[in-house]
Design a protein around this ligand. Sequence first.
Ligand code: NI
Length: 157
Amino acid sequence: MAVYRIVQEEDPVLRQKSKKVPAVTPNVVRLLDNLKDTLAAQKTGVGLAAPQIGITKRVIVVRLQEEENFYELINPEIVESEGAERDSEGCLSIPNWVGEVDRAARIRVKALDRMGNPAEYAAEGYLARVFQHEIDHLDGILFVDRAIKLSPAEQEK
Ligand code: NI
């Protein structure tokens, strides 16, 4: 397990379409652990996608601040989405900006878990937003592409 450097905005890897994981091998499990370690090492941030550590595989992790456990999604796919909500977003790869982004209010996501078993998640509100943001990363889409309005992020002291 290891903490990786988070790839920044101008790196073309963030614009690539990530590849579907054909089988959940020990390498993929290691990738999940590295993503979790890297996210846990940040002061802020609630999700991380594999391309953000330079690996173009369809793998994401999410952890809401008030929760202990990480969501680990391999080959996530949004199978239903409903409603719309506008809220503020930022990204560890674009630390200097925040933006208002419209997202579906409720989604269902299918994925594989670390055992390679199918898993399904129903998410709404903020969790739904984070899933959509991270899944966008797998298609080379950044929140700044979708933002209605961008503002400078508050600098951390
Ligand atoms: Ni992001």
